[in-house]
Design a protein around this ligand. Structure first.
Ligand code: ADP
Ligand code: MG
Length: 321
């Protein structure tokens, strides 16, 4: 398949299936044209996935199509944005029709589920690499950022933590138990928390999506906000399958495992009541509180231990102060 046949046969149908009035000109020209309504701001980011680094060699293309768009969309969720469209830069070693059909199928399912139009892209030959730029909008001035947390805020997370990292242990296994399959679905089919992010606009003081693990991502909020936090290990939301399949490692995976794409956010206690409806749907848990001094502490039955130093050096470890 040549480059132009590939675009016409594989990606044009995805663009047509996801067309939106906010894109009067989509795939097919030198650029796409996006309408940004007066009073709205454009929110956008780009993510790159490299085979063998960000996903396994010979990974299922249907999963890859979903997963790469879900990961890009999770950043929109973390900003509280309404999703609009995305562009896809695809680098491929060769154009295998079956692989491309599967990839486009997974991507189309995700695009339709999240409400995103495929607006265009770029296709080149080389080691398998997927870059996706996702666009969303927010009412002017309402994007959620990492920098607004203040002492006394609640630290909250959605969903359960550590599942996707645990799934990596079973990626090649033929264990078809419900628990293993459920964990695997958490890795293969991340569900960006778009509606939760939108609900948090005007309520949360800071937000981030958990791509690199709670410890690292919460620390980004703390650093950007120049505060610290204490979380309670006994409150970390652990799924039943994780506790069954990795009882000894569940807590460490929940703290440090990546790829869950849940939201971590800070919230003034007075805002908690307004979250009741979404907090059930998105399984929001209060896991701790923001402290005035830098440092990230984790409390368990043995007391407080430092899990991340304050300041900018995440590799330092050791004491919090
Ligand atoms: P240009 O040379 O002007 O950059 P291209 O020939 O690369 O344009 O692409 C032709 C059209 O196909 C453009 O509208 C572009 O956005 C779209 N396109 C190319 N590759 C992809 C892709 N992988 N996914 C979606 N759209 C694509
Ligand atoms: Mg051009």
């Amino acid at each position: 398949m040549g480059e132009f046949d590939l675009i016409r046969q594989v990606f044009q149908p995805v663009a047509e299936a996801t067309a939106s009035p906010l894109l009067p000109l989509g795939l097919g020209d030198d650029c796409a044209v996006q309408i940004v309504e007066p009073g709205s701001q454009l929110v956008f980011s780009i993510d790159t996935l490299v085979e063998g680094v960000h996903f396994p060699l010979n990974y299922n293309p249907v999963f890859l199509g979903w997963r790469s768009l879900a990961i890009a969309t999770s950043d929109l969720a973390a900003m509280g944005a309404d999703p609009v469209c995305f562009t896809l830069a695809l680098t491929l070693p060769d154009a295998k029709p079956d692989w491309l059909t599967g990839f486009a199928q997974g991507m189309r399912q995700a695009a339709q589920a999240f409400g995103l139009t495929l607006a265009g892209g770029d296709t080149t030959r080389g080691p398998l690499t997927i870059s996706i730029q996702a666009h969303g909008t927010v009412p002017a001035g309402s994007a959620l950022t990492r920098s607004g947390a203040s002492a006394g805020d609640l630290v909250c997370v959605s969903g359960t933590l550590g599942d996707a990292a645990a799934a990596l242990l079973w990626l090649d296994s033929d264990n078809d138990s419900c628990d293993v399959q459920w964990l695997l679905s958490r890795y293969h089919h991340p569900q960006p928390r778009l509606s939760l992010g939108q609900t948090l606009r005007g309520r949360a003081t800071a937000a981030i999506d958990i791509s690199d693990g709670l410890r690292a991502d919460l620390q980004h909020i703390l650093t950007a906000s120049a505060v610290g936090a204490r979380i309670d290990a006994r409150k970390l939301p652990l799924s039943a399958p994780l506790q069954v399949l990795a009882p000894d490692r569940a807590l460490e995976l929940a703290l440090s495992g990546g790829d869950d794409y849940e939201l971590c956010f800070t919230l003034p206690p007075t805002e908690w009541a307004g979250l009741e409806r979404v907090s059930a749907v998105d399984r929001v848990t209060v896991i701790g509180e923001v402290l005035p001094e830098p440092g990230l502490w984790c409390r368990d039955a043995n007391g407080d231990r430092c899990v991340a130093a304050g300041g900018y050096d995440h590799f330092g470890g050791g004491a919090c102060r």
